[in-house]
Design a protein around this ligand. Sequence first.
Ligand code: ADP
Ligand code: MG
Length: 388
Amino acid sequence: MIRFEDVSKRYPDGTVAVDGLSFEVGRGELVTLVGPSGCGKTTTMMMVNRLTEPTSGRVLVDGEDVMAVDPVQLRRRIGYVIQQVGLFPHRTVLDNTATVPTLAGWRRGRARARAKELLELVGLDPAEFADRYPAQLSGGQRQRVGVARALAADPPVLLMDEPFGAVDPVVRERLQNEFTAIQRALGTTVLLVTHDIEEAVRLGDRIAVYGRGRVEQYDTPAAVLGHPADGYVADFVGADRGLKRLSVTAIEPGDLVRPPVVHLDDPLAAAGERLRAEGARWAVVLDGEEKLHGWISSARTEGAEGTVGEQARRMEAWLPVGAPLKRAFATMLQHDAGWIAVLDPDADHRFLGVLTPAALHEALRRSTAADSRAVPRQEVALETVHAV
Ligand code: ADP
Ligand code: MG
């Protein structure tokens, strides 16, 4: 969808901002450009919508050389969110949001209806916010308006220059999550600039790691974290890249531990026998519909009459398979639990297995090794030094 072919940019004063850039962004992909200040990220973006023009090489959008397209036409197809948001101070939130559709010649009623939809989508209730002015919003709300405005014309391509920079980390994470959900739903192709590797990893399908004027590595987050192309990228990505990997590594069924499973109406005596036979200290308890109920310890089965249901404990910590390992770890901490259940969201939340801290660690190691050998994670055999 966007293709850079050996693109260089030398500003009139001689500064070489971008030097021999070549990479391609697929349709519907979200690619993050990350690197230190001054390395050429903003210049790269501005060459896509011709706010600046390459000195050599070509930039193609949807197969067309941007230099052959009328800049005004080009910019109508390409949304742009800038770091300082750039809302018009004397226009209401609604009018700001409707700017591009209005410019594109939509009827007023249709443009305003679309703007309201978009405000709702980014979590700003039009009833409350439509008539406010930018000065009456918090930094985070202004950024939401900036995103809504850029999406209002439903552009196939969206350029975002540090769009979440002005908000605190908690709000930022929420905005990021909401934004990626919208982006996936609309299928928008996005180029997003950030200087924050954490953000680049969390949002990007692929990441372009910039050194001075050049892309040092262009790959998936997992590959950049697992296998930095060189010392520069390794330094930039940082020593805690194992931790960052947690947020980009999904729970796979093969990572799960499968403790014994008993059911609510099983007799306790039978459940106890199962546990002893398998040498397990606890079992997962499912209800009659194979849904997670909780767990039971072997101690609670001993010498007791009645059914498992009378002695079982509820367990509320669960995650869908495919969720990032980081969420699994966070959920364990939040529930103060030594394991969490993993369910299949596509099969009526059927119980698949559990994730323990050891299984989580192993999944992480396996995924790192799998990337370096370019094989599926479940084919990796680990050598493990077990704790005594
Ligand atoms: P980033 O967005 O990664 O911080 P920029 O693309 O803004 O980097 O800038 C890359 C380099 O080009 C920097 O050295 C910057 O000073 C320089 N630069 C940016 N815009 C201009 C300009 N209009 N004229 C001259 N130099 C510029
Ligand atoms: Mg910049």
